[in-house]
Design a protein around this ligand. Structure first.
Ligand code: COA
Length: 389
């Protein structure tokens, strides 16, 4: 049987707190007019609850995608979380999501390709599915960039937002689905957009904290030039690889970084009609890896993507990286979820939370028991030595 990979579920989550341009003008020397005309952004969402993090946003989007697909978390073979703001350097945020979902049959790993990460993740999921290594893969783009943002730097703090988007890709005999990709990188531009400290190159120290090296640093103009070039080139290449022309493409969903980048790359350079380019960055800002899946979810919910449509997803980001994918939207069966099913899934997640807490407790008890035994052996050794003396 020929194996194809199709999107069968999708979901998103953004925090409730809206931060408007006017709110930002109270924090840094900027204005609603400057932000709107230079970026197209009007507002963004940010987390305020300290218990929220990238993994909790990712989990909410993942649960919505499972609900849409009518799938149990146990059906997942792999969970890929693309993120630039993981909960920790390690363990992977994907493992925390796996635990929170009770996806007991899934492997889990994080993918770091900055804002191109979600499309990279879809390409990895496609590879796993067509090679027969997995049947059902969850791909999530999730960020809490507000915790890595220098709120006194007007060059960066006006751009970013928090959120998460997820898709479930599943094996199918039906041609279509994920058709082609174009993934690339140019590490010579690594310093143009980075979070310099906290890794092995510049470990966390008093000095790195004092110098604000744990915040996002960016050369905005250089990134702008890079983005306008690669978005157009990658879109052209992926359409060529699929043996199609731009006229065949019903919708382009670009990374939602800046409306001027989208206008001068996709719309001007490719001469692609603006009404077939999806944009929602005015409401969410740049949510990095989450921007393309959030836009895809909204495009589908608004009926902008119909069965059989060819859609291009294209992004760029730190690294520097770029990624484009061409998909043909299938006819996913959207499951209607009853109140009873909703209750069942809420109970499922509670049960798995309890199971997880129980396993942690067991580990602690074992550690205590073995720890005590080790100590008593040391004690015995000391006694033996004392006796000899
Ligand atoms: N409010 C008001 N003025 C601001 C400002 C802000 N938030 N940010 C920068 N400025 C000022 C600059 O200091 C500069 O002033 P100067 O001329 O006195 O030095 C002026 O505005 C123009 O700055 P410039 O950097 O040329 O603006 P720009 O038109 O290139 O827009 C960006 C800046 C950041 C919006 C734009 O370069 C951009 O979007 N780059 C890509 C960034 C991106 O997408 N990053 C994420 C990649 S995934």
């Amino acid at each position: 049987m020929a194996r194809y990979s199709h999107i069968v579920g999708w979901g998103m989550y953004v925090p409730e707190k809206v931060l408007t341009n006017d709110d930002l003008a109270n924090i840094v020397d900027t204005s609603d007019e400057w932000i709107r005309t230079r970026t197209g952004i009007r507002e963004r969402r940010i987390v305020t609850d300290p218990s929220e993090s990238t993994s909790t946003l990712a989990t909410r989007a993942a649960r919505a995608a499972l609900e849409k697909a009518g799938l149990s978390p146990t059906a997942l073979d792999m969970i890929i979380v693309a993120t630039s703001s993981p909960d920790h350097l390690f363990p992977a945020t994907a493992c925390l999501v796996q635990d929170a979902l009770g996806a007991v049959n899934a492997g889990a790993f994080d993918l770091s390709a900055a804002c191109s990460g979600f499309v990279y993740g879809m390409a990895m999921a496609h590879g796993l599915i067509v090679s027969g290594q997995a049947d059902t893969v969850m791909v999530i783009g999730a960020e809490v960039l507000s915790r890595l943002t220098d709120w006194s730097d007007r060059n960066t703090c006006v751009l970013f937002g928090d959120g998460a988007g997820a898709v479930i890709m599943q094996v199918s005999e039906q041609p279509g689905g994920f058709i082609a990709s174009d993934l690339g990188a140019d590490g010579s531009g690594a310093s143009l957009l980075s979070l310099p400290a906290g890794g092995t190159r510049l470990p966390a120290s008093e000095e790195t904290v004092r110098n604000g090296m744990h915040y996002i640093k960016m050369d905005g103009r250089a990134v702008f030039r890079f983005a306008t070039r690669v978005m157009a080139e990658a879109t052209r290449r992926v359409v060529d690889k699929a043996g199609l022309t731009l006229d065949d493409v019903a919708l382009i969903i670009p990374h939602q970084a800046n409306s001027r980048i989208i206008e001068s790359s996709v719309i001007k350079q490719l001469k692609y009609p603006k009404e077939r380019v999806f944009m929602n960055l005015d409401r969410y800002g740049n949510t990095s890896t989450a921007s393309i899946p959030i836009a895809l979810v909204e495009a589908v919910e608004q009926g902008r993507v119909r069965p059989g449509d060819y859609v291009v997803l294209v992004g760029f980001g730190g690294g520097l990286t770029w990624a484009a994918a061409l998909i043909q939207w299938g006819a996913p069966k959207v499951s209607e979820v009853s109140r009873w099913q909703r209750w069942f899934w809420a109970a499922w997640y509670r049960v798995y939370r309890t199971r997880s807490a129980y396993r942690r407790l067991l580990r602690r008890l074992f550690a205590l028991w073995f720890g005590t035994r080790e100590r008593s052996e040391e004690e015995l050794e000391r006694l033996r030595r004392l006796r000899k003396e």
